[in-house]
Design a protein around this ligand. Structure first.
Ligand SMILES: *Cc1c(COP(=O)(O)O)cnc(C)c1O
Length: 369
């Protein structure tokens, strides 16, 4: 039986080639595996196009949050203070993990329906000289909001602060070039727009910032400086590597290059997202975000305003037809989400839209016009 199509932004549907790449066992000390890791790191760095030696890639075992926690714990000095720009669950999570490791942290909260306000950021930084670093979420996956990264980076740089970007659900698809954008670190993972399988994150860090990070970390396993120096010395991961995940990512990156790299991926996701939005509109379902701030990654949809609405039942009916949706993450509004990333095509979205129409009919929910 065919696996259901995952319309969830990670884990997501992977290609057969990516799955097949995992049918090998590698030893963690083995030269073939070390070459694979080095090649993956080099390709990840090439995506941000750094000038010679300016950035380094530090891969890390675990899900994306582990890499965010490692980046903050390693790059924020113990006497530093992080300002987190929050407009959804992932911004809140960055602030929470910073507080939990006992570092100073402030939050600029823009609610959950709007992009980060850059003028507010500018005046906050002017009024708060104690802020040393700023953390931002490129695409806030809890809704799909696209934040104005270039303006934010320009303001942070002009004010002499350092920028840490959680680009988890944007990396590889949305533009992110270290020659035009000033930042100290970008954090992402294997299982989003690069279309690998889950199990590793990575931090692309400015070399000078990572060199200054020695001794900052509160954690043994999440210390990026240690992870990197060990890998430099031995060519190996510190502690057991996710060998199959690395092999799958190496294959996914090969497919990524063949499909036109970042520009190719963005074009495909934009088409998928437009196709999805049009289909939803035909069904009388309303998307939550205005078009100007809708990233082509995940679409938040208002739940039908009908007494029969029940997400659990809706989810189960759509799943029976072969598609996995995502619950909403909004605190005030009843919603659900549909991802438009992964090894999927417009025909898969058509199938999902038909399944959604059937499920609503079965639940006795008429299409709103
Ligand atoms: C997916 C994601 C993360 C990491 O989530 P994990 O569940 O730990 O992989 C962090 N930030 C953003 C913006 C994300 O989309």
């Amino acid at each position: 039986m065919r696996d259901p199509i995952l319309l969830t932004p990670g884990p997501l549907t992977t290609s057969l080639a990516t799955k097949t790449a995992m049918l090998h066992d590698y030893g963690s000390w083995d030269a073939d595996f070390n070459r694979l890791t080095a090649s993956v790191c080099q390709q990840l760095l090439a995506i941000i196009d750094p000038a010679d030696d300016e950035f380094v890639c530090v891969p890390l075992q675990g899900s994306g949050t582990f890499a965010v926690e490692a980046a903050i714990g390693s790059l924020l000095p113990k006497d530093g203070k992080l300002l987190v720009l929050v407009n959804g669950a992932y911004g809140k999570r960055m602030a929470q993990l910073t507080q939990m490791m006992g570092r100073a942290c402030a939050v600029l909260d823009a609610g959950e329906t709007e992009a980060i306000d850059t003028e507010q950021l500018r005046s906050y930084l002017a009024a708060h000289p104690e802020i040393s670093h700023v953390g931002v979420i490129y695409v806030e996956t809890s809704t799909g909001i696209l934040n104005p990264l270039q303006q934010i980076a320009d303001i942070v740089h002009a004010s002499g602060r350092r920028l840490i970007i959680d680009a988890m659900s944007a990396f590889g698809a949305l533009p992110l070039n270290s020659r035009s954008l000033r930042f100290d670190a970008v954090i992402a993972s294997s299982n989003k727009c690069l279309e690998g399988v889950p199990g590793m994150g990575f931090v692309l860090a400015r070399r000078s910032a990572l060199m200054e990070a020695e001794g900052n970390s509160h954690s043994l396993s999440l210390d990026l400086h240690q992870q990197w120096t060990y890998m430099q010395r031995t060519g190996q991961w510190r502690y057991t590597p996710p060998t199959h995940v690395v092999a799958a990512l190496a294959s996914a990156l090969e497919q990524y290059q063949q499909a036109g790299a970042q520009a190719g991926r963005l074009a495909r996701y934009q088409q998928l997202c437009d196709h999805l939005l049009q289909g939803l509109q035909r069904l009388g379902l309303r998307s939550f975000l205005p078009a100007e701030i809708q990233a082509p990654i995940i679409v938040t949809v208002h739940a039908p305003a009908h007494p029969h609405w029940n997400f659990q039942q809706f989810y189960a009916l759509v799943k029976q037809r072969g598609y996995i949706l995502y619950p909403g993450k909004l605190t005030e509004v009843e919603s659900f989400r549909i991802g438009c990333i992964g090894a999927i095509q417009a025909a898969d979205l058509d199938g999902a839209l038909a399944a959604i129409a059937d499920a609503l009919a079965q639940m006795g929910i008429p299409q709103e016009q």
